[in-house]
Write a protein that binds this ligand. Sequence first.
Ligand code: MG
Ligand code: ZN
Length: 368
Amino acid sequence: MKHIMLLLLAVLTLACTASEPQKAEAKKPTNIVFLIGDGMGLSAVSTGFYFGDQPSVFNRFNEIGLQQTSSATHKVTDSAASGTALATGTKTYNGAIGIDTSKVAHQSIAELVASLGWSTGVVATSTISHATPASFYAHVELRAMEEEIAVQLLNSEIDFFAGGGRAKFNKRADSTNLLPLAAEKGFIIDTSALAAPGTLSADQKYGFLLQAGAMPSMIHGRGNFLPDATTLAISYLSQNQEGFFLMVEGSQIDWAGHSNNSEYLVSEMLDFEKVIAAALDFAEKDGNTLVVVTADHETGGFTLGPLTGETNEAGYSDYSDISPVFATGQHSATLIPVFAYGPGAEKFKGIYQNTAIHNKMAELAKGE
Ligand code: MG
Ligand code: ZN
């Protein structure tokens, strides 16, 4: 009996010492880049494999999971409820920004890491006060309250923002001009163009409001705005040695899905792939940056169907090429892929609720 106890003790001691080096090796990210393709389902992710001129950037990920996007009130979510779930870890009603079904505000991942001394940024091709970016810094009852959301952005912990939506600041229904308030809050606002990477001071905050409304689509000449804004944000935010959190949204993948326009969708996806590449390139060099790519929900019931037309004797249509099709002009409830790279990426394997993505990022940021 005594021998067995001693043996057991020896085994336990060994087990403990063996697990200790692993614990020390488990790295926590000091930076998190969170990339959201609004409305980007698996078929949207697949477009680069068929319509891109180079290998899809998604080939660079090894840690992949699936998330369920339903809101607290609806099986099919909107971007406000799913943005709130991703940003705060709380399921809420469709239309809510940063609050739960009882209208209680919940801390977002951006607010959490700001309390740890990290710098934070949001970038989008919609208005910067639109539902997805708003979920990271605002707390309002309805996504349509964009003028109030703009006020909350200037009062938030966000250090850098870039996108459209200038009119929400200076052409408002309430006739107030928020641009002087922005200056008071320490923001340098540029309404004409992005700055060059390396030219922004760590002692200032920056806002780039480059359109009155949304940014143009890729089809209508947006050019390299989103990858450039991502590179600029990373170069500015990474001056903070404590760490940084950056959310970049490919906002218009969703709008392409709503309009059932596959050319629009593919062009927005190929642009979003450049954003992902920029984030991964930085993360590879840096070694302490976690990159997470996902969507808030799928839009359009988009799929890569075969060419339509006559079927052969066996009943098949022409499988030699793809003719993308849409099942709906609305959102869908299909599970959404999650891609992760960098320290903590393995945590994103498995199938889970959208709220778990916030929880995993928060645990990693806190070193738990
Ligand atoms: Mg959005
Ligand atoms: Zn939508």
